[in-house]
Design a protein around this ligand. Sequence first.
Ligand code: DX5
Ligand code: ZN
Length: 218
Amino acid sequence: MYILAPSILAADFGNLRKEIETVSEAGAQYIHIDVMDGMFVPSISFGMPVIQSVRSCTDKVFDVHMMVEEPGRYAADLKAAGADLLCVHQEACRHLDRTINQIKELGMKVGVALNPATPVETLSCVLDQVDMILLMSVNPGFGGQKFIPYTVDKIKKLRAMLNERGLQTDIQVDGGVGLGNVKELMEAGANVFVAGSAVYKQDAAANVKAFLKIFEEA
Ligand code: DX5
Ligand code: ZN
């Protein structure tokens, strides 16, 4: 199944509830929430109080992308704020296995994210423990960047690794994803697509529907 996860980083924060309702009502399955700490990535975005205050405006999956050093420190608070799926960076966790287990024990789904320059083979030992792998297709920290083309080969390699083990784990792609390249990413083996600027520029509802149409036609 193909899933669209609009990134609210590109939304108008002054109207955040409305912006989430719009993409939710248009049919997006996930709401992608980018938390940045100013350490793992240069920028700071928002944290638990913001997530908690928008939790009541939709029942869609809150897909929280932690661009934060040692994100395990916040797992329980994120669960309390309403996170359903918690994605942590391999590069930010000194004890990745422990962090994965901690998230599962709290009753959330777990994803592991990789920066563009981190090879997919690094997840070899934990592949069967995670619900989703997030391949960053830009260097994390900012919306509106250009898609890094070598990500396509990483998607293909990761899907082959998963198939070899009989796993149907979700592969999410984040950064520079739009209506013009999503098909190629689907063909490469990804099935969850984050889109920030491609959704929130101009008519967000129409953009969501255009993505969903491409998914339906596949
Ligand atoms: C970047 C964030 C992304 C970002 C994507 O560090 O993880 O989720 O919002 O934005 P676009 O789709 O505009 O590249
Ligand atoms: Zn993200």
